[in-house]
Write a protein that binds this ligand. Structure first.
Ligand SMILES: [Zn+2]
Length: 466
């Protein structure tokens, strides 16, 4: 496979986080509602004779901000809302309303330069169709009319890995902006793939990053296999079969004319003023890269931890809300190493645990003031992830505070030395690993309440003395 000859482009649709639909006042919460056709009206179900209400300005704001985030130019001309015609049960009007480009000629820059940048051709605002269940023949219009941003990339993507990294970073950036709906099954993409010597093939409605990756991989292999047998790759539109992991022919030679685009006569064109465009630019949210740089410069944490923390917006916010109250580097270490290990082990997100800013704050303060040992803190964390208890109260009630009195530590060390003549002589004959065994014995008797460094110091001094 020659990566330079392979051209991949994506058309990505993501629902915007607005309260109301694009052309009516119905709520957009279709993803939280189980009752079909309960969030609908005459407008979003395309009843005869209806007209759309004026465009939802919140949705327009969001698309302008996203266009800015993708370094697009905003056209200073009348932007028409167009009707895109096609027949399918999910589209009661027989056309979908979609804007002319609201952003053009942008670029998505990869952070750290591990992949080539990807051109952004166009950003549009459009309405979502309903959801048609082909197997049951049922349609749910709750989603019909929900505002979407459509992002069309240049065919700059070279391989499935490039596409996957782009999608992950793009979604992360959009999530940080708070402008999009979140959740699984939210994004939909059309994937265009062509290999050297073949025509462009479009795969419609690929619904997750993993499926985008698989569909691209499958298409490259399929197209190359056809070419190697001397066959021609026709321009066509294919579907994606998630279960079989294969694409299949939907229709041949589809072109823009098939959609019979016309400006919607019920909607006036939008003319974006300079003042409005620059006002939207001022509302530009911080990107994950901006936040990472700030974490490094403001809180003095390492690049590595800053990267881990900003991988997830909720984790980044959790960190930042506590960073002004406790030692930031200690906090970063405990979030990145210990808390995330607990989440990964359970396969859950922060919001699914009983961890709160308050109980985690207590844990880190107890640790940083040496009121508890690291071993105790780890045990407590493991417990409060599920229980949500107050670490301060648990430590008090169960007497888990660190032992600071050297006298009692020394007594335990002496006991251990007395009871383990074998390991002691091993240590003295140069087998230093025997020290770990003796340390373990002391720590076990102290139930994790002794500071390991202090124990090691006392143990060594006693062994070297006697
Ligand atoms: Zn409606």
């Amino acid at each position: 496979m020659d990566p330079k000859a392979t051209k991949i482009g994506l058309e990505i649709h993501v629902p915007l986080r607005t309260e109301k639909k694009l052309f009516c006042d119905c709520p957009t919460s279709y993803h939280e509602i189980d009752t079909p056709n309960s969030l609908i009206c005459e407008i979003c179900t395309g009843m005869p004779g209806i007209k759309p209400m004026p465009i939802n300005s919140k949705a327009l704001d969001a698309v302008i901000i996203i266009a800015h985030l993708l370094n697009c130019t905003i056209p200073r001309k009348r932007i028409y809302m167009k009707r895109k015609h096609y027949d399918y049960p999910d589209l009661p009007k027989g056309y979908q309303i979609t804007s002319e480009p609201i952003g053009v000629d942008g670029v998505f820059r990869f952070d750290g330069g591990q992949f080539p940048d990807i051109g952004i051709w166009e950003v549009h605002l459009e309405e979502d169709p309903g959801q048609y269940n082909l197997a049951k023949g049922l349609v749910d219009y709750n989603r019909s009319g929900v505002p979407l941003v459509e992002i069309v990339t240049a065919p700059d993507i070279q391989d499935p890995e490039h596409a996957r990294s782009f999608m992950k970073d793009l979604l992360k950036m959009l999530e940080y902006s708070d402008l999009i709906l979140e959740g699984t099954g939210i994004i939909r993409a059309d994937v265009n793939v062509s290999v050297a010597g073949g025509n462009r093939v479009e795969v419609k409605n690929v619904n997750s990053i993993r499926s985008i990756y698989r569909a691209i991989k499958y298409e490259i292999l399929r197209q190359e296999a056809l070419l190697s047998r001397g066959r021609v790759i026709e321009q066509e539109t294919r579907g994606w079969d998630e279960e079989r992991g294969e694409t299949y022919t939907l229709r041949k030679k589809e072109s823009a004319e098939d959609y019979r685009y016309i400006p919607d006569p019920d909607l006036p064109p939008i003319l974006l003023g300079e003042e409005y465009i620059s006002k939207m630019r001022e509302l530009l949210p911080e990107t994950p890269q901006d936040i990472r740089q700030r974490f490094i410069s403001k809180y003095g944490i390492s690049e590595k931890y800053a990267r881990v923390l900003t991988n997830n917006r909720d984790i980044a916010r959790f960190f930042e809300n506590l960073a002004t109250k406790v030692d930031p580097p200690l906090l970063a270490t405990w979030v990145c190493e210990e808390l995330l290990a607990q989440l990964n082990y359970r396969g859950i997100s922060l919001s699914e645990t009983k961890i709160t800013e308050q109980n985690f704050y207590e844990l880190i303060s107890l640790l940083s003031s040496a009121a508890i040992t690291e071993a105790t803190a780890k045990k407590l964390l493991e417990r409060i992830v599920d229980s949500g208890e107050s670490p301060r109260e648990v430590v008090e009630a169960e007497g888990l505070g660190a032992i600071k009195d050297d006298g009692s530590l020394e007594r335990v060390v002496e006991e251990v030395i007395e009871e383990n003549p074998g390991p002691i002589s091993d240590y003295r004959s140069g087998k230093t690993e025997a020290l770990n065994f003796l340390m373990g014995q002391v720590m076990r008797r102290m139930r994790g309440r002794a500071d390991a460094k202090r124990v090691s110091k006392i143990l060594r001094s006693k062994l070297d003395k006697s």
